[in-house]
Design a protein around this ligand. Structure first.
Ligand code: PBG
Length: 336
């Protein structure tokens, strides 16, 4: 005799209305952060070869036009990455009052004031000849990144970004104690209201390669494995998160996102009371883009599925180069 099931999960999938009614996860442009590259000494937006659809913007009316279009499209938060006019050993163009980030932040804030959240990536790799996320020293003839020397520079960059008007500082160096050093420096300079979004669990990932083309920030020698996390580790991320929380991080981040959904879930389950961001990074963007350009995948459906998966894993916020597309696509309705 055939027995028929009484509990039929399929009933909840009968049609789109019922599926929408019971959906566990939602996606909104309000939770997206748009990364923007700003570059010194150009006058027109510049294509990034390895990231089709993404540009470097000059800190002028072209940048404002792009931010305005994004704003009109529903975007309410941007994170800025700088490509400076000059590099040296100590990242001085990162804390220059007239550096590309400082000028861009001032320009955007003059136009948008508090209608838009301006976040600044805080690191030294784009501003140094060696391309590392801290100060490089030699010991017995070999190079290393000196943690505590680096903290002073990171604190100085953060204060300079806050002086320019940044709402949120996002330290991405993975130096031990960087959040605490920045929090202390910000507070002492009167920026107690400036938030810190920490790249808490940031892996030494190959998926940053297109970004390093975009920002010319490939390390001149060595790699980032002595400061960024080992892809084999998940639980170690909880230690990084715990430290960042104790040092004063307001928002946590896991990066990359699509490749590390398990880590997003782990952090969210252990620290549900902290807003969690996930960075859908350049390589994750470019892989979808390449497949889409070749006609191997439906870009819209793929991006919305992946972004929803990142939210489902536990991310509250998503940094993505697809932010503008997602905002537009969401108005057309979800593909589920
Ligand atoms: C460091 C930084 C990097 C990214 C964001 N901040 C590069 C790195 O750590 O090498 C990568 C972002 C991406 O790949 O989209 N300033």
């Amino acid at each position: 005799m055939v027995s028929f099931p009484t509990l039929r999960p399929r009933r909840l999938r009968n049609n789109k209305l019922i599926r929408d009614l019971v959906a566990e996860t939602s996606l909104s442009e309000k939770n997206l952060i748009l990364p923007i590259f700003v570059k010194e000494n150009i006058s027109e937006p510049e294509k990034i070869e390895s990231m089709p659809g993404v540009f470097r913007y000059p800190p002028n009316d072209k940048l404002i036009k792009f931010v305005e279009d994004s704003y009109d499209n529903g975007i309410r938060a941007v994170i800025l990455f700088g490509v400076p006019a000059y590099k040296d050993d100590v990242a001085s163009s990162a804390y220059d009052k007239n550096g590309v980030i400082q000028r861009s932040v001032r320009l955007i804030k003059e136009t948008f004031s508090d209608r838009l959240i301006v976040i600044t990536d805080e690191c030294t790799d784009e501003y140094t000849t060696h391309g590392h996320c801290g100060m490089v020293k030699t010991y017995n003839g070999s190079f290393y990144v000196d943690n505590d020397e680096s903290l002073k520079v990171h604190a100085r960059i953060a204060v300079s970004q806050a002086e320019a008007g940044a709402d949120v500082i996002a330290p991405s160096s993975m130096m031990d104690g960087v959040v605490g050093a920045i929090r202390k420096a910000l507070d002492e300079s009167g920026f107690t209201n400036v938030l810190i979004m920490s790249y808490s669990v940031k892996y030494a990932s190959t998926f940053y390669s297109p970004f390093r083309d975009a920002a010319y920030s490939k390390p001149a020698f060595g790699d980032r494995k002595t400061y960024q996390m080992d892809p084999r580790n998940a639980y170690e991320g909880l230690k990084e998160v715990e430290l960042d929380i104790n040092e004063g991080a307001d928002i946590l981040m896991v990066k990359p996102a699509h490749t590390y959904l398990d880590v997003i879930r782990l952090v969210k389950e252990n620290y549900p009371e902290y807003p969690l961001a996930a960075y859908h990074v350049s390589g994750e963007y470019s892989m979808i883009k390449a497949a889409a350009i070749n006609g191997w995948i439906d870009e819209r459906t793929a991006v919305l599925e992946i972004t929803t998966a990142i939210r489902r894993a536990g991310a509250d916020l998503i940094l993505t180069y697809y932010a503008n597309d997602i905002a537009r696509w969401l108005r057309e309705g979800l593909p589920f």
